[in-house]
Design a protein around this ligand. Sequence first.
Ligand code: HEM
Length: 93
Amino acid sequence: MDQSGLTRLPISHIKGVLMNFEFLPFGSGRRVCPGLNMGIAAIELALANLLYCFNWELPSGISKEDINMDEISDFTLRKKFPLHLIPIKHNWQ
Ligand code: HEM
């Protein structure tokens, strides 16, 4: 982990991932997913809507220091512990 709080992967690890297509969400090479950009756009749109429509609060008794950002790497890279948030509908008026 560096100053930014991000985990830096060694180049050898990244090369290893690129050689193992199961770790690439859209595949790679000649058969790469042709819907890659549409897929990313759809996910960004869904996420943007969630952020636009709701304010997100922590459950009572939980502070931001309690959030565990550890990752686990198996088929994909994901959070080791799920993030529990409470959506509060935002009123734009
Ligand atoms: C988050 C969304 C998506 C993910 C994670 C995803 C993932 C994948 C993966 C892993 C493959 C296999 C690539 C390979 O064999 O190396 C694939 C193939 C394909 N995907 Fe997607 N995909 C997504 C969205 C889409 C969308 C939106 C479309 C079309 C509108 C699409 C159309 C296709 C097609 C036609 C293939 C077959 C390509 C071929 O075999 O030549 N995908 N996708």
